[in-house]
Design a protein around this ligand. Structure first.
Ligand code: 5GP
Length: 200
């Protein structure tokens, strides 16, 4: 296949309610599918104990975030549970140009913005096996205070209701299975509408 005939690299967005296990799925992909490029977001949220600057997020203050936003350096951004999150535009565009599959782990507001800006993006919703299981995971993970858990649960209801906007739903019943399914989607060729054939 010539370079020109190679299918374009695919941008995939992974969304789903807080607590559904997006981070666990991403960790497995990091280990098992290193050819998939994971975007690193900027956030004003405080760093959790296990997080590494530049690997999980770029931790910035509000003025720095504003500078990025106003300078059009974010592909999308959103406020979530009192903190700002955004995807740095430059690295995503560079990786797609190089032909690498790119994965963004962002919230519903961000997924909508990406779809509007890049209609070919593939939107994947990671769903919990049940709403009860989601509540249990969110309360059990112990990283957030009571008020933050309340806000994340309220947001989760909204995210679950928006599932129909997505191209594909993956149920996170077993993290290994869910990660395999996602890698499969990222590796499949991009479906483009049929082009009119030239007349003989
Ligand atoms: P957490 O604080 O648990 O790491 O993330 C909270 C939410 O923000 C998650 O739903 C996560 O997907 C979303 N998020 C992380 N980075 C971004 C980003 O760059 N843009 C948007 N829109 N959401 C993000």
């Amino acid at each position: 296949m010539s370079d020109d005939a190679r299918p374009p690299a695919r941008l995939t967005v992974l969304s789903g309610p807080s607590g559904v296990g997006k981070d666990s799925v991403i960790e497995l992909i990091r280990l098992r599918a290193p050819w998939i490029w994971l975007s690193v977001s900027a956030t004003t949220r405080r760093m959790r104990d296990y997080e590494v600057e530049g690997e999980h997020y770029f931790f910035v203050d509000r003025p720095e975030f504003e500078r990025l936003r106003v300078g059009d350096q974010l592909l999308e951004w959103a406020e979530f549970a009192g903190n700002l999150y955004g995807t740095p535009r430059g690295p995503v565009e560079a990786r797609l140009r190089e032909g690498a599959p790119v994965l963004l782990k962002i919230d519903l507001q961000g997924a909508r913005q990406v779809k509007a800006a890049m209609p070919d993006a593939q939107l994947v919703f990671l769903a919990p096996p049940s709403v009860e299981e989601l509540r249990r995971r969110l309360i059990g993970r112990g990283t957030d205070d009571e008020e933050t858990i309340r806000r994340r649960l309220a947001h989760a209801d909204e995210e679950l209701a928006a599932q129909s906007l997505f191209d594909v739903t993956i149920v996170n019943d077993y993290v290994e299975r869910a990660a395999d399914e996602l890698v499969g989607l990222l590796s499949s060729p991009v479906l483009t509408p049929a082009q009119p054939q030239p007349q003989a």
